[in-house]
Design a protein around this ligand. Sequence first.
Ligand code: PEP
Ligand code: MN
Length: 262
Amino acid sequence: SREFHPADSVIDVGYGVKIGGTELAVMAGPCSIENEEHIFDSARAVKAAGANILRGGAFKPRTSPYTFRGLGEEGLRYLHAAGKAHGLPVITELMSVRDIDAVCEYADIIQIGARNMQNFMLLDEVGRVKKPVMLKRGLSGQVEEWLLAAEYIMAQGNPNVILCERGIRTFETAYRNTFDVNAIPLVRELSHLPIIADPSHGTGKASLVTPVAMAAIAAGADGLMIEVHNNPDHALSDGAQSLTYERFASMMRSVGAVAAAV
Ligand code: PEP
Ligand code: MN
């Protein structure tokens, strides 16, 4: 907490990118790594628009086991190669301790997904490695529970933790999740850890992503996670919330204007 660590943590994620400092961290890319060519093209497009970190899922926590669950280790190799080719650090989700060595080999940041926020054994294990870890807020995670989950990682010796607000479940069904903008200034008050906003999962709807991204930056977020796909209607996961390359570039301009004003 701030009480014991008053200064903001700044986390070096490689390729000269730091999260929590003065520059905004923008993690962008497809929900899932779909094939080699697709992740390379996504890397090129998001970098051209100003993203500084590439995202892509290889182990996907899908609601239905009959939908695409990711390419696994093959996907990790494509993601790593695409990041290297375009000079971008990469982030991907680790769902199971089983895959920790592979994820550490190929990723610059380990993502712990919302569904695993309180998977304490998994948190212990990522606490024992030195890789930066981005911990997403659980679907029904209270802020205090989320900060204590981050403590699990740090208590094992890994101080490189980044938080990510990705929306919570409420009574509202008009959108997939309710992005909790309140959490951003509150977390900044309570914690020294950087906070990233994910308006893609936070809304579930592409048309809402840019305004909510702008609100998150105005509220003090250190960066964004944005799902981008060249053809959202044909995405293997989360197409409804994915921005096209053009829409992502336009979002970057809007967010840049907000960042310059705050
Ligand atoms: C994702 O980033 O694609 C993802 C599955 O996120 P969350 O854990 O927030 O649902
Ligand atoms: Mn997704």
